[in-house]
Design a protein. Structure first.
Lengths: 294, 264
């Protein structure tokens, strides 16, 4: 490096890059990074009706951890998101596997087919699950008419189950695509080698395909997990009272409860929780990510 | 090509039914002659579509959403071009962190972005209106634009631009007459995707819009009234058709982009 370019030319070359990226960077700095820092600051302030007290204190965080309702909401959001992530990835994997290994020349069409349902309004997609899972909904009326049940099932709407179903649906393509990409990268001759060397189909799947697909599975899991923990619409529409999540509480603090500092503290706490879990997950799976030398 | 096992094939079929279940209901209830959204269906009607034409709040919301989506799509695509070009062609100090910051909205829950922006705007005393929504939407659309455009800029043959510069074209001229035509399909694809994302985005708009609702904010308000639901189904059906048309156009330009870059 030092041999090829002197310090001066490095700065000169940097200028050329910065001339391009400067605008978007400044925008991101002013409208994302600075606001996030302000959010941290706000979470350390306190609000009394309309007055904002700017003396830094950890009272908001103390409030969160001493009120069971906040802790419960965060725990519930985490467990719902983890469950959604698991369900979504487990369902997405066979689909991605099918497209990658049996899609033939129709792979692009298959991918197109999978993304089409997701171009409907997000709100309406979640809302339509209410119609499917509701008391007089599609599931109940068809099960009733088939005489499979005596009365409508009530455990499928207005609780955490409904949130999981709706979210596992909403995030499906975000899980299918990265897994598909990682499956596509697998050198098919490796699978043939495993077969030639006497591995059964199942053994070669677990010893070759799955480990090589892990980077895709890991990114699919993160892509689903991180946003779902902050989902506002789904719990509100299909979650009922027992399916509400932390985002609903954050919104309440910024509107009805008029306690923005507490809302900010809740947002920071959930962001930190997501970050810690994601980092832990990455650390736990680091051997799969290191092996990949593409 | 070997055949998949019966097991896998059955799973794929059931999974597709699961994926398509919600949107299959849209046309059913949009044309259903009953004000209650439930089975059995009672008859065919176009009333819900006709009713939409006299909804003034809807028209205002649609106009707001279109202004927001077009502005956000154009600006985030410009940001996308700048970022993708810088990432593909330049080495500079702070390359990774600045790229990380620009792509970060992709990995943050939307509510965090909405709340963070709301806090700043309130502290600055800015009143909420469609421009504040546009700012939020540019933030979340730019990463998508960058990911679409990066491959276009990265796969482009460097020697073409060098040839243009060697033959006496200015840097700007080279961009306008050589680089831009090659990435143009990617740019159009990016504008379409950003437009669709912005048009459908709810949470950020919900936090940052003032008295002027966007289309999703309008739909959200209507979902509370059972009597409004059939017309919302009709509206949803129209929106689905529009998105599918946009998606088809997007796909056309994306393929064209791949071909152009491939040839060069």
């Amino acid at each position: 490096m030092a041999l090829r370019s002197s310090f001066g030319t490095k700065w000169k070359r940097s200028f050329a890059g910065w001339r391009l990226i400067g605008g978007p960077f400044l925008f991101g700095f002013l409208l994302l990074l600075a606001p996030l820092f302000l959010m941290i600051a706000l979470s350390l302030w306190t609000q009394d009706y309309l007055d904002l007290d700017r003396t830094p204190t950890l009272n908001n965080y103390r409030d969160i951890f001493s009120h069971p309702v906040y802790v419960m909401l965060i725990k519930r959001s985490v467990s719902i998101s983890l469950f959604v992530t698991m369900v979504t990835v487990l369902l997405a994997f066979p689909m991605a596997y099918y497209i990658s290994f049996y899609g033939g020349k129709y792979k692009a069409i298959w991918l197109f087919l999978i993304t089409i349902p997701f171009w409907t309004s997000y709100l309406l997609r979640i809302f339509l699950w209410k119609i499917i899972l509701g008391y007089n909904g599609v599931v109940n009326s068809s099960l009733l008419s088939l005489n499979l049940i005596e009365e409508p099932l009530s455990f499928i709407l207005y609780n955490a189950n409904a949130v999981v179903i709706a979210l596992a649906h909403a995030w499906a393509p975000f899980a299918i695509l990265p897994i598909f990409v990682s499956l596509e990268r697998i050198d098919r001759s490796m699978l043939e080698a495993a077969k030639d060397l006497g591995d059964s189909a199942i053994r070669s799947f677990f010893r070759v395909t799955l480990p090589l697909a892990m980077p895709g599975i890991i990114s699919a899991a993160l892509i689903v997990f991180i946003p779902t923990i902050g989902d506002y619409v789904t719990p509100k529409l299909v979650g009922g009272k027992d399916g509400l999540m932390i985002a609903n509480m954050i919104q309440v603090q910024f509107s009805k409860a008029n306690n923005a500092p507490l809302g900010a503290a809740l947002a920071i706490t959930s962001l930190m929780t997501v970050l810690l879990i994601s980092l832990g997950f990455l650390f736990f799976n680091r051997r799969y990510l290191r092996k990949q030398t593409q | 090509m070997k055949k998949p096992s019966v097991f896998l094939f059955t799973f794929v079929v059931i999974y597709l039914v699961f994926l398509y279940a919600p949107i299959m209901l849209l046309p059913l209830f949009a044309f259903n002659d009953s004000s209650i959204i439930a089975f059995p269906l009672s008859g065919f009607t176009m009333d819900w579509f006709i009713g939409l034409m006299s909804e003034n709040t809807l028209h205002r919301a649609l106009k707001n959403s279109l202004i927001i989506a077009v502005t956000a799509a154009v600006i985030s695509t410009c940001f996308g071009i700048l970022t993708a070009r810088a990432m593909a062609r330049h080495d500079f100090i702070g390359k990774r962190p600045s790229f990380g910051l620009i792509m970060a909205p992709l990995f943050l829950p939307e509510i965090i972005i909405g709340v963070a922006l709301l806090i700043v705007l309130i502290q600055l005393g800015v009143s909420l209106n469609i421009w504040t929504v546009i700012l939020g939407h540019i933030l979340i659309c730019t990463p998508f634009s960058v990911s679409i455009l990066y491959s276009a800029f990265n796969n482009m043959d460097r020697s073409i631009e060098e040839a243009s510069l060697d033959l006496g074209e200015t840097r700007f001229g080279t961009f306008r007459r050589v680089i831009f035509p090659l990435v143009k399909p990617g740019v159009i694809a990016s504008i379409l995707i950003c437009f669709t994302i912005s048009l459908d985005e709810f949470v950020i708009a919900f936090f940052l819009t003032g008295v002027e609702p966007t289309l999703p904010v309008y739909i959200w308000a209507q979902l509370r009234f059972p009597s409004k639901l059939p017309s919302i189904m009709a509206l949803g059906f129209i929106l689905l058709l529009i998105s599918l048309i946009l998606l088809a156009v997007f796909e056309y330009y994306r393929r064209k982009s791949e071909k152009l870059i491939g040839k060069s």
